[in-house]
Ligand binder design. Structure first.
Ligand code: PGA
Length: 260
């Protein structure tokens, strides 16, 4: 079953890429994206130093760009941090907040993630808010409690209008970079649950794009994107390979035909 919402596929390059190699990848993705149906949006979230390169090479193309993290502060004495306004200067559309690697390796609580989402919205960008459970949490039956709580902390600090402008990515920690994607049924079940939490915030919020992330590949993308509450994907490893990333975008395009 498909749905009436558009599809969105966003690459998360993580800490990969160098200037020369990026150019070929960005230009290849921009070129390939021209062939996609109108109902599919495409973005790439690059390391901060490459935002200027993304602006130069993707400006005027179908492909949007963004950052992978942002400071929870507006400005000030925060050595090494990057403010949302700085990212906006490079005409970025997105900033990922609350990726599980930030939560696990940098101790980011959902409260910090919520503050970051607010900063991103205030700068006029779209936050891609990541939620996801660990394997231990899934096996103990805590998935909905964990992802529900992660999402609710963010929704609690946003107005209904702000909440309607976010993107949510469900990324089970056990599926990230492991080659072991959630099954389409497992993913759909959590997405349907997250959709009810969004609906509880307000009618305008129910159609917020819900992306699945975690070992999405050309081989499993179409099946995942066919699910009623899966509106696209957040793609790590496969977003570094032009052919794979474009094949995943094409799979989203197939599901987006209904709205194009
Ligand atoms: P993966 O990463 O596609 O390499 O599993 C997804 C992510 O962490 O956003």
């Amino acid at each position: 079953m498909s749905n009436q919402r558009s599809k969105l596929v966003v690459g998360n390059w993580k800490m990969h890429g160098r200037l020369a190699a990026n150019a070929a990848l960005l230009q290849g993705v921009a070129r390939g994206a021209q062939a996609l149906p109108r109902g599919v949006g495409v973005g790439v979230c690059v390391p901060h130093p490459y935002l200027a390169q993304a602006l130069a090479l993707l400006g005027g193309s179908r492909v949007a760009w963004g950052a992978q993290d942002v400071s929870a502060h507006e400005q000030g004495a925060f050595t090494g941090e990057v403010a949302a306004g700085m990212i906006a200067d490079f005409e970025a559309a997105y900033a990922i907040v609350g990726h599980s690697e930030r939560r696990a390796y940098h101790g980011e609580s959902s409260g910090v993630v919520a503050a970051k989402a607010q900063r991103v919205l205030a700068a006029g960008l779209t936050p891609i808010v990541c939620v996801g459970e660990t394997l231990e949490e899934r096996e103990s039956g805590a998935t909905e409690r964990v992802v529900g709580a992660q999402l609710d902390v963010v929704l609690a600090v946003l107005s209904v209008d702000e909440a309607a402008r976010i993107v949510v990515a469900y990324e089970p920690v056990w599926a990230i970079g492991t080659g072991k994607s959630a099954s389409s049924e497992q993913a759909q079940q959590v997405h349907a649950f997250l959709r009810t939490r969004l609906a509880a915030k307000g009618a305008q919020v129910v159609n917020v794009p819900l992306l699945y992330g975690g070992s999405v590949k050309p081989e499993n993308a179409a099946e995942l994107f066919r699910q009623a509450d899966i509106d696209g994907g957040l793609i790590g490893g496969a977003s570094l390979k032009e052919g794979d990333f474009l094949a995943i975008c094409a799979a989203a395009g197939a599901g987006a035909d209904v709205v194009s």
